[in-house]
Design a protein around this ligand. Sequence first.
Ligand code: KG4
Length: 336
Amino acid sequence: MNILAIESSCDDTAAAVVRDGREVLSGCVSSQIEMHAIYGGVVPEIASRKHVEAVAGLADKAVSDAGLTKSDLDAIAVTYAPGLIGAVLVGVNFAKGAALALGLPLIPVHHVRGHIAANYIAHPDLTPPFVCLCVSGGTTAIVDVRSYTEMSVLGGTRDDAAGECFDKVARVLGLGYPGGDPMDKLAQGGDDSKYVLPVAHVAGAELDMSFSGLKTASLNLIHNAQQKGEALDLPAFAASFGRAVSDSLVPRVIAAAKMTGYGKIAVAGGVAANSRVRADLQAACAASGDRLFLPELKYCGDNAAMIGCQGFYEFQAGHTAGWDLNAFATRDISLG
Ligand code: KG4
């Protein structure tokens, strides 16, 4: 089954063709990062307008890059939630038009379910049930993936997402947007115990997290140093920050794997590319005996291949949409 997948939930327009949920035949992305970097974050209206400009050409390219024609397609999958609403609407409306014109089924895909499915590309042996640590710019949650299409949140952040915290701190350091990757690179070789940053615990909710205190403490530390004219040891600060984020995430997903008894952990979303988080997870899983599945770096951030993967399983479960499909800025992952 060949699925043309469309993703436009934030600042990347993406299209891909995926066969039978696991084989990526093509994938193309039009990044808007340079445009939004001027403003230090994503400007929603600019994002929507850039999606409008890019989406049709990318879809056409994805089909020809796959060595196919439109008549070889069997369905259209699209991210319909969650995300910047104007941005998601562009993808949904394009997908709806394409499905109508080509006479194909329309498959709505939850963006975070797509991130989870990115693991299926690199790991043909990964099958549910497993727990997945979903960490991106908008989401930080530990998800119980009971089957390909049945999932629920076991725990998550009570405030900021981990990626957002990376981005805010990086912005104050002048590292640009998005800040996760430059913070990661800056941290290489830094002394991670030089600055003591808080790792929050939510009383009575073992799997929940909080990043707002870490963000505030980090910003205060940077501002205090600036006011006193003291130079921060930037690699040590970035390493200490990465350690605090990882110390929040890793023990909780290990606890979730133990709680569910699945023995399998996957990771998803932009922050899944973080070298400290990946290394700490590898060490923790080696100690706990859990099997760890990491997505390829190119499929950690937003892409359309992951939407095509999850779309296949949603289709198998009978989850197709009518012509009244709408977009949602927020939506619980358990609802699909
Ligand atoms: O999944 P994604 O591309 O978009 C969302 O769905 O949110 O994630 C983007 C987030 C940004 O906050 C970015 O700074 C972060 O992922 N990120 C990283 C790294 N690469 C991207 N955070 C930490 N370390 C990285 N290497």
